[in-house]
Structure formats: C-alpha cells, structure tokens
Ligand binder design. Structure first.
Ligand code: NAD
Length: 400
C-alpha cells in the first residue's frame, strides 16, 4: 500500500491494549481507522460503518476490507490469530509476547516468510522518546565500550499482585510465565543496546517466593471482602487498598467508578486473597547474559518494589550512565557529569502513540524485505527470554 489514505484496521480483543491502540484513530483520523472490532464481552463504542464480532475467527472469516489487524488478545490466542490474519492477507500489529512458546514463535515466523506481510511486535518502549534518547547516549560512545549492564525491571507490588498473582498471568501453564510476558520489553531493549553483538550464554534463577498458601496470615479469608479488618489493615496486598483507596490501577477495568470497583472486588478474581489464588508464577527472577566480546548483562525482575519503573546502570571503559525512566545521568571519567530529562507524554512514556506512527508508516511504505527483518529482530530477544526460562527450569547455563 502506498499513498496517504488512512490505514484501515480490525482490532481483535478490545481490552486495555485494544482500547489503547484504537484511541490512536481518534487523534490521527487521517492515518488510522478502526473498521471492525472483535471481543466477546467488551462494550464497543459504535461509530458509522464499524463492524463488530464476538470472536476473532469470525472477524477474519468475514472478508472485511482492511489493511491490517491489531492482535490484542490474550497470549494463548496470539499464534492462531496471527497466522490466520497473515494468511488472509493482512498486516499485523501483534501484542507481545509473539507466541507462548519458542515453537509458536517459529510458526509465526514461517507464516510471515510465506505471506511477506508485516508483523510488528508491541515493543512500545523502544518507541518512547526516553528510551530513544538513552540509546543515543549509549551509542555515542560517551562512556566508552560497555563492560557490563545492570537492569532492574521493578514491577511494583500492586501491579505484580494484579497481573501475576490474581490475574491473567498467575498460572504459568495458561500463558508464557512472568519473565516472557513482562520482560520481553526488557529483552528487546537489551537487544537494542547490544546491537550487532550475539548473546552467547544465558543463566537464570527465580521462584515464587512469597504469594504462597503457607504465608497466609492467621485468620485471613479467601476473599478480601470476608477478611477480618485487623488482618486486612496489616496486608499491603488487600484489594481495597490496591484498587479502591489507590486509583492508579483502575485503568485495568473498563468501568473505573467507585461502585464498579467495589463490585469487582466482591465478585471478580481480583478480590481474592493473594495467598489463595492457586498461582504458580514466579514473583522474582534474575537473568545473567554474556555477549560476544565479554559484555555481561544482569536483568532483575522484581515484584516487591514500591515504584513501578526500570532502572538501568551502564558501566563503560570511560564512564557510567544511570537511567530511571525519568532522567539519564551521564558520568564520564573525564569531564563533567550531566543529566538529561527527556520530554515524556502519554502511556509507556509516549511509546503507545509512537508505535502506532511507526506501524502506519511501515504498512504504507515498507517492503517485504523490511517486514522480514522487523520480525526477525523481534524474535531474537524473545529467543533469549525463552532460553532464560529453560535455564531457570533446568538449573543449567544455556550456551546459545
Ligand atoms: N505492549 C505492552 O506494553 C502490553 C501491556 C499489557 C498487555 N500486553 C499484551 O496485550 C495482550 C492483551 O492484554 P490486555 O491487558 O489488553 O488484556 P485484556 O484482558 O484487557 O484484553 C484482552 C481482550 O481479549 C478479549 N478476548 C478474549 N477471547 C477472545 C476471542 N476469542 N475473540 C475476541 N476477543 C477475545 C477479552 O474479552 C478481552 O477484552 C496480551 O497478550 C498482553 O500480554 C502488552
């Protein structure tokens, strides 16, 4: 497709991510139009000409005229939906993770090679102005050659309890596990920062440390609504504290009103006691990686943090850089230290919007050769994440 008419898209899965990507159509109507939405339960705001379906398969079988499909479905549906969308001739914006296993990722890669369409992965952080600036700083050579990097993915106790204890990713067999789900963003950034260097060894350790039945306080009930006030008062993971007293996690729910949140706590899985969720996902994990030439990388994924952020410490032969998603501190061994505060605007530091701009550009103008490279690069970092999981499960260092 070339020219400047809007890219027409069908959105599969109208949850948080589906709504986020669809919002781009309202702010950039000349670039992006949503012509159809599939979701079994979501309330879909109507507009003229919009088609709706309950199931993603029905949308793809309908013959709807569109250039692209946005796949913002639960992880376990990504493989089938992506392969079918490609085979129907659509370009795809595919939420991460690409597939639930490395085999599923390879099947998607094979389908992309056959159909020569675009599959852009939802790695929103690499499009955020903050991370673009950070990459520029590291690539400039201001701290010499990188020797090692320490990267903390701080999830925050509320968000981690929401997603990996009570929510969609609490049981590993139902999805990809916490590392692949949460940290594919981080592996993507690592792939970006180490551009051109091959990862040669991966080792990983992690477990479910705390949200286990044996840590349940005496007297705690199965649901927060039934829990004695004295027990709840001492529990940082109490659903009323996380969703009702605080409001920063309410965006996970279509209706954010007080009344809807109270009802949700009483009836939904998000009102369960964190020690009675049947969860087996890890709550913390460390990954060690060695790259060609000796550069080492330590990625830490941690649930029990106050802040929800990422903090990266780069060590180079001529200085250090510390970045914390707000500021970039550059400390060369010779010369003055400086701090840069990149402008940020919007969710994921503006990455949610910028990735849509990139998607539209790629659909409009790029070539099949470029499409192939886009997915291959995204798969590189997924591969390391799956190998890290293999290392955690087998207790072995993996030679890549
Ligand atoms: N890139 C990012 O930063 C980022 C952030 C969060 C989530 N994600 C990914 O986005 C995807 C969606 O996550 P979410 O948080 O929006 O989840 P969500 O649960 O809010 O949304 C998923 C939607 O899919 C719908 N759905 C389920 N089965 C369906 C079917 N058969 N046909 C059509 N629709 C169906 C559900 O009803 C729901 O509305 C996941 O793969 C997740 O890993 C990415």
């Amino acid at each position: 497709m070339s020219g400047a008419r809007p890219v027409k898209a069908v959105v599969l899965g109208y949850g948080i991510r589906g709504r986020t990507y669809s919002a781009y159509a309202a702010t950039h109507p000349d670039d992006f139009q949503v012509v159809g939405v599939a979701d079994p339960v979501a309330e879909i705001p109507e507009h003229e000409g919009l088609r709706t379906w309950k199931k993603w398969e029905d949308a793809l079988d309908s013959g709807v005229e569109a250039d692209a499909v946005v796949i913002s479905l639960p992880d376990r549906l990504h493989r089938d939906a992506c392969i079918k969308a490609l085979e129907k001739g659509y370009h795809v914006l595919l939420e991460k993770p690409i597939g639930c296993t490395w085999k599923e990722c390879e099947e998607i890669r094979d389908a992309q090679k056959r159909t020569r369409k675009l599959v852009l992965t939802g790695y929103v952080l690499r499009y955020a102005p903050f991370y673009k600036k950070l990459r520029e700083v590291i690539a400039s050579g201001v701290i010499g050659d990188l020797t090692s990097v320490h990267h903390l993915a701080a999830i925050s106790y509320g968000k981690a309890a929401h997603a990996y204890c009570r929510g969609n990713w609490s049981v590993e067999a139902k999805g990809t596990g916490m590392l692949v789900n949460k940290c594919t963003h981080d592996f993507d950034l690592i792939e970006w920062w180490t551009k051109g260097r091959r990862c040669v060894k991966v080792s990983s350790f992690g477990s479910l440390f705390h949200w286990r039945p044996e840590n349940r306080p005496a007297g705690a009930a199965d649901r927060c609504k039934d829990c004695p006030a004295a027990v709840r008062a001492e529990c940082p993971f109490d659903a009323y504290k996380i969703y009702y007293e605080r409001t920063d996690l309410r965006y996970h729910f279509a209706d954010e009103s007080d009344a809807a949140i109270l009802k949700m706590i009483e009836t939904s899985p998000y009102g369960r006691c964190v020690y009675a969720c049947g969860n087996d996902s890890v709550d913390h994990q460390t990954v060690l990686m060695e790259y060609e030439g000796g550069l080492t990388f330590c990625l830490e994924m941690e649930s029990y943090t106050q802040q929800r952020t990422r903090v990266t410490h780069f060590y180079g032969t001529r200085g250090e850089v510390v970045a914390d998603e707000k500021s970039i501190q550059i400390m060369p061994f010779i010369g003055d230290s400086t701090t840069i505060i990149p402008a940020q605007n919007g969710h994921h530091g503006g990455g949610d919007r910028e990735i849509m701009t990139e998607f539209v550009k790629l659909v409009r103008d790029a070539s099949p050769e470029r499409y192939s490279k886009v997915l291959d690069a995204a798969l590189e970092s997924h591969k390391i994440a799956f190998l890290a999981e293999e290392s955690r499960r087998t207790g072995k260092t993996i030679f890549v």
